[in-house]
Write a protein that binds this ligand. Structure first.
Ligand SMILES: Nc1ncnc2c1ncn2[C@@H]1O[C@H](COP(=O)(O)OP(=O)(O)OP(=O)(O)O)[C@@H](O)[C@H]1O
Length: 323
């Protein structure tokens, strides 16, 4: 059994919750009997470790369902508080759902726990580990779901800032959803500078890595999520991190050179013209010329298999479920 305290709606730490976020508790389940007490959750296994936290597979003994419980250690920077605020407000089929947030109301070194929808298929990273690469038809559906999720988030002024395979989770139907708002940012003004070091550097856009050279000071933060989406989709096609060759260790210097100074990206010959164009529009180094999420949602590559029965990664997770 878990030792976190009862659910609490007022966080003990003062943090700046941006005014642009809509009012809280618009979706955290509040109906009786859903998830009221952490002691109703039985820890079954560790699903993964992230930055400062552990994710467990848990079983709710009263409603007899599985969930994922992410436990973060709160620190003096209030890490985890903005993530909780964001999770409490988002409600979209393209975002991993948060059913409850629990915090420790009486100590400065407490934990914060997020009870999340359990994604049976693990992450896209797990899928790629097992299947190495994905066909374009699947990537097309995947891209559509990620872009729909980003469109929703950006509409709420939320920049994800850490789109990467391990933050795209898959359920047993093969549907992909965006997870992990640990380094997300809420944009209040049109252009705003935030901590550009947060996130995973391999998927960072040129303007975040080298703001001087790529106009990062004035950059539209949402464009960084588009860049990362392009990197992930190309990685799915190739089966390895695309900005450096297969088998190379992506150290910081190599990455910085590839992202900020690299020659025009060579597209895989086998890729369709639509996919090549889609990736080029995402991986435009100059953020002013890069496609927007809305433009990409109308791109001929995106969702081109929507009329058929494809549910995205269904065939991939069902054959080799990781959890
Ligand atoms: N809702 C969930 N259902 C199933 N597995 C999950 C869920 N949430 C997270 N996981 C698993 O736990 C792992 C760790 O998740 P977490 O969000 O803490 O960190 P991360 O994204 O892997 O790393 P980082 O924090 O460094 O970005 C994920 O990669 C995934 O395998």
């Amino acid at each position: 059994m878990l030792s976190l305290p009862k659910p609490h709606s007022d966080f003990p730490f003062q943090t700046h919750i941006p005014a642009v976020l809509p009012s809280p508790f618009s979706h955290v389940d509040s109906s009786p009997g859903i998830i009221k007490d952490l002691s109703d959750l039985e820890k079954l296994a560790v699903l993964g470790h992230g930055n400062g936290g552990i994710v467990y597979k848990v079983y709710h003994t009263k409603n007899r369902s599985f969930y994922a419980l992410k436990v973060l250690r709160l620190n003096e920077n209030g890490i985890g508080i903005l993530e909780a605020e964001i999770l409490k407000r988002v409600n979209s089929p393209y975002i991993v759902r948060c059913h409850a947030v629990f915090d420790n109301d009486n100590c400065s070194e407490g934990d914060i726990g997020f009870v999340m929808e359990y994604m049976e298929g693990g992450s896209l990273h797990d899928v790629l580990q097992e299947h190495h690469r994905l066909p374009e038809e699947v990537i097309s559906v995947l891209a559509k779901r990620v872009l729909e999720g980003l469109n929703y988030l950006h509409g709420m002024h939320i920049v994800h800032r850490d789109i990467k395979p391990s933050n795209l989770l898959v359920n047993d139907k093969g549907e992909v959803k965006i997870a992990d708002f640990g380094v997300s940012h809420v944009v209040e003004g049109k252009f705003e500078v935030s901590d550009s070091n947060a996130g995973t550097c391999a998927y960072m856009s040129p303007e975040r890595i080298d703001p001087d050279r790529w106009g990062g000071e004035n950059a539209d933060e949402f464009a960084g999520d588009v860049w990362a989406t392009g990197v992930v989709m190309l990685e799915c096609f190739l089966g390895y991190f695309p900005l450096i060759g297969p088998g190379q260790r992506p150290d910081w210097a190599t990455l910085m050179c590839a992202i900020c100074f690299g020659e025009k990206l060579e597209m895989p010959e086998k890729a369709s013209p639509e996919f090549q164009n889609f990736v080029r529009r995402c991986l435009e180094k100059n953020w002013r010329k890069r496609a927007t999420v809305l433009e990409l949602l109308h791109h001929p590559f995106v969702g081109r298999n929507c009329c058929c029965s494809s549910t995205g990664l269904g065939d991939y997770v069902l054959r080799g479920q990781v959890h």
